[in-house]
Design a protein around this ligand. Structure first.
Ligand SMILES: Cc1cc2nc3c(=O)[nH]c(=O)nc-3n(C[C@H](O)[C@H](O)[C@H](O)COP(=O)(O)OP(=O)(O)OC[C@H]3O[C@@H](n4cnc5c(N)ncnc54)[C@H](O)[C@@H]3O)c2cc1C
Length: 297
């Protein structure tokens, strides 16, 4: 059994190649130049394509190789380009595609996969005949093998997509990875207007405001570059104050390096209390003014 791994971001290749290798032989596709790191993960061959923006051309190449029976499965890094390639490839190969899998096993002629659902609150287990999968970053610990993989350059056919214009993503102008103090808000905030209740507290302690994924990505109460977590920024401040954040593993992955963690949550069973140095069970809108008063005194 042979699979391919595609990632336009070479830093994601080691984990996905390790993940796919558990199944059998693997070829890696990426854009070059091939870093020494990606040669260490046991691929039979590393194919370096000339331009990763050519998502339709990469999908053409992989579809043609799949149709010749070269690959049974494709595992693709869940990047912006990766997700495009997965969709295009699934349609060109008439193969189903499943996004952001966290586990994979064969079940007779089908596959059984798991992925997070409802923003990570549930795990969805699916049995299907899908052959294309995007894989979440950090899914397994990369494991090197003793040998180096050979590298081959591949030219792609011209893309049928032309980029008419592009725009820089708006940023909040703050690098939360450098902050010494962070006040991080979660879905417990309720709505964006209530940020005004948090700002005086954050500025009194000279902290920057960051947030969980729903706050930054789903509701846009904060800009995306303020998201802490597995798929966001990894922060290591001296003080991390988590307000209305439940403390799911994907969030913890981004703030575990913090020196002192203070959590305020009205649910005393919230997992964040397992991860903090000081925990306050209560409504953040009651707790914060009292903390601020105490600090002023
Ligand atoms: C592949 C993948 C990657 C992910 N990456 C990230 C990531 O990078 N970062 C991230 O954060 N999440 C990430 N998630 C989502 C993650 O699984 C959780 O869904 C998310 O962290 C939950 O955000 P939350 O704690 O703000 O919301 P919730 O889980 O809804 O928690 C809200 C909390 O607020 C409390 N609360 C409500 N009102 C108040 C109040 N007035 N005062 C005090 N407490 C209150 C509640 O008791 C609850 O505990 C990812 C998920 C997946 C599947």
């Amino acid at each position: 059994m042979k699979s391919f791994v595609f990632s336009d971001d070479q830093s994601l290749v080691p984990a996905i190649a390790t993940f796919a290798r558990a199944l059998g032989d693997v070829d890696i596709y990426s854009s070059g130049p091939a870093s020494p790191a990606i040669k260490k993960y046991g691929a039979l061959k590393i194919y370096i394509v000339n331009d990763t923006n050519l998502t339709d051309s990469i999908a053409d190449l992989l579809a043609s190789r799949m149709s010749k029976g070269e690959y049974q499965f494709g595992f693709i890094a869940s990047t912006v380009n990766g997700r495009d390639v997965a969709g295009l490839l699934a349609s060109k190969s008439n193969a189903g595609s499943i996004a952001e899998i966290s586990s994979f096993e064969l079940a007779g002629s089908s596959t059984r996969t798991k992925r997070f659902f409802f923003g990570g609150k549930s795990i969805l287990e699916e049995e299907s005949s899908s052959r294309i999968f995007t894989v979440s970053p950090g899914i397994v610990e990369p494991r090197e093998v003793g040998t180096e993989s050979p590298v081959e350059q591949v030219s792609l056919s011209p893309s049928r997509i032309s980029v008419l214009s592009s725009e820089e993503k708006k940023s909040g102008g703050v690098d939360i990875e450098k902050a010494q103090a962070i006040v991080s808000i979660g879905r417990g905030l309720g709505n964006k207007d209530k940020l005004s209740a948090i700002e005086p507290f954050a500025s009194a302690i000279n902290a920057v405001i960051a947030g969980s994924r729903p706050v930054c990505l789903d509701y846009h109460w904060l800009s995306e570059d303020r998201q802490v977590g597995l798929s966001g920024r990894k922060v290591r401040p001296k003080v991390y104050i988590a307000l209305g954040i439940s403390g799911q593993i994907q969030h913890i992955a981004g703030m575990r390096g913090s020196k002192i963690v203070i959590a305020v949550n009205k649910d005393k069973t919230a997992p964040i209390f397992e991860e903090c140095d000081y925990g306050i069970v209560g409504d953040m809108f009651d707790v914060l003014p009292r903390l601020l008063d105490g600090m002023k005194k």
